[in-house]
Design a protein around this ligand. Structure first.
Ligand code: BES
Ligand code: MN
Ligand code: ZN
Length: 493
């Protein structure tokens, strides 16, 4: 799908469907609808009757007269101007794009409202909301309902000079970031029989080739040689062998950022097996890995001036005669041992090895992303990622990037008192901490394995796997983390 910008008017733009955005404020509403009526040479009856008031989310469909290129014109309400944010623009654009798709338009145009402040963010938001809202994971559906009528192009238009100038650079970047998010969603939504450690590594290799960054894949023998006992242990029950994926973009620097992504391609829970109901969701337990890969696609295609290393431990957590068992003790990359009290707390066991390995790159920051705990979903639901770490400034930077992209993160405390909950009698640490504060005890477990670096842990269990459609985040894998990390790395110095 192509995303572009044209400096032209709503009258001239050639599209199957065009949406235009109207403010609710009385004066603006008057101006905007009057201007539209003039342009289109028709009455805007819905506005005259008060049937359409410009309220947030409100829509009204018009059919244009002769002399106007597009036949269908959708009015989309923006609400009050003083309350407008990029997120509201994303949602308004999503409403528009989805309506265009429902009307089987191949080319959808969005006529932008006048934008005065922070034009780049606003324009990007329109493009992002529209693009991301049209995602569907349908490659396995052999009989497509609308028989191949798919949106091919989204074009934003405005006659405003400043908007056109800004759009020239903002829109191509937005397309890259949206495509990277689609890539992450596709990986997450792909079933476990398509994406397993080896095929995830293949996907990484192909992505690296396509986008011009480096990917090195370690196999099970090399993983064992390195002493990564967590990765080996968790994958022991599966006929699929583990992989350790190492990505690199940019030239080594003092400001290296290491991104670590949990790559459990399917999580049955292992011997501590999960209940059958809802287990299929666990094909998305590699959403952290997908976020890292998506970010690498975005960062390398945008040619950001940063040095980024990506580490993805990839395993399948299965029950079998060879599985790791409760009570087993594993030795991790950095030499520390862990007691496996519950084989379903597998994410932290593989991340422990990756976090130890990260030290090698002398990073200025390490950020891990993991669908780590159900407890985090209980705490924050689907609207915020749980954040823990050892450096306030780094966490603030992520929070800023989160507000900007609306992939919001929210801090949970790693107070010392929680540490004793994961004390083991037989090893350095135990992999579960009992009933309370499950997201935090998981974070504390990871903290035991970090090196001498600034670190943030993002528990994306709630935000990566969605149970319902949002405005521009369809049910299933959300691709969360791609926009967040790309924004973070854009601002990184
Ligand atoms: N992958 C799950 C966490 C998860 C749950 C992600 C729901 C997304 C939605 C993780 O490996 C897990 O099973 N965690 C256990 C930990 C427990 C055994 C301490 C959990 O949260 O129940
Ligand atoms: Mn698990
Ligand atoms: Zn898991």
């Amino acid at each position: 799908m192509k995303l572009s910008f044209e400096k032209t008017s709503i009258k001239q733009i050639d599209a199957d469907f065009i949406a235009t955005f109207i403010h609710q404020d009385a004066k603006l509403f008057q101006q905007e609808t009057k201007h539209l009526a003039q342009k289109l040479g028709t009455r805007i009856s819905a506005a005259e009757t008060g049937d359409f008031k410009g309220k947030e989310g409100e829509t009204s469909l018009l059919y244009a007269q002769k002399g106007v290129s597009a036949r269908r014109i959708l009015l989309v309400g923006l609400g009050e101007k003083k309350n407008l944010t990029p997120e509201k623009y994303r949602r308004a654009a999503a409403t528009a794009a989805k309506r265009g798709k429902a009307l089987k338009a191949k080319k959808i145009a969005l006529s932008l409202p006048s934008i005065e402040k922070q034009a780049a963010d606003a324009i990007a938001a329109f493009g992002e909301g529209a693009y991301l809202s049209l995602y569907k994971f349908d490659k396995y559906i052999t009989k497509k309902q609308d028989e191949k009528i798919a949106v091919e192009e989204i074009v934003l238009c405005s006659e405003q000079n400043t908007v056109a100038q800004t759009a020239k650079t903002a829109i191509p970047q937005t397309q890259v970031i949206a495509e990277a998010t689609y890539f992450a969603r596709d990986l997450a939504n792909a079933p476990g029989n398509e994406i397993y450690p080896e095929s995830l590594a293949d996907a990484a290799r192909q992505s690296a080739e396509r986008c011009n960054y480096k990917a090195t894949i370690l196999d099970d023998v090399e993983i064992k040689e390195l002493g990564m006992g967590g990765i080996i242990g968790v994958c022991e029950g599966s006929i699929r062998k583990p992989r350790f994926i190492i990505l690199e973009y940019g030239k080594p620097s003092k400001n290296t950022v290491v991104l670590v992504g949990k790559g459990v391609t399917f999580d049955t829970g292992g011997i501590s097996i999960k209940p059958a109901s809802g287990m299929a969701e666990m094909k998305m337990d590699m959403s952290g890995a997908a976020a890292v890969l998506g970010t690498f696609e975005a960062v390398s295609r945008l040619k950001l001036p940063v040095h980024v290393v990506g580490l993805i431990p990839a395993v399948e957590n299965m029950p079998s005669g060879s599985s790791v068992k409760p009570g087993d003790i594993l030795r991790h990359y950095n030499g520390k041992t862990s007691e496996v009290d519950n084989t379903d707390a597998e994410g932290r066991l593989i991340l422990a090895d990756a976090l130890g390995y990260a030290e090698k790159f002398k990073p200025a920051a390490v950020i891990d992303l993991a669908t780590l705990t159900g407890a985090c979903v209980v705490a924050l639901g689907h609207y915020a990622t749980g954040m823990m770490g050892n450096d306030e400034k780094l966490m603030e930077k992520l929070q800023t990037a989160g507000e900007k992209t609306y992939e919001r993160v929210w801090p949970l405390p790693l107070y010392d008192e929680y540490e004793k909950l994961i004390k083991s009698d037989v090893a350095d640490v135990k992999n579960v901490g009992g009933r309370w504060a499950g997201a935090i005890t998981a974070g504390w477990f990871l903290k035991k394995f970090i090196g001498n670096y600034k670190w943030v842990h993002l528990d994306i269990a709630g935000t990566a796997i969605l149970e319902e459609n949002g405005d521009y985040t369809p049910k299933g894998g959300s691709g969360v983390g791609v926009r967040l990390l790309t924004e973070f790395l854009k601002a990184w110095k």
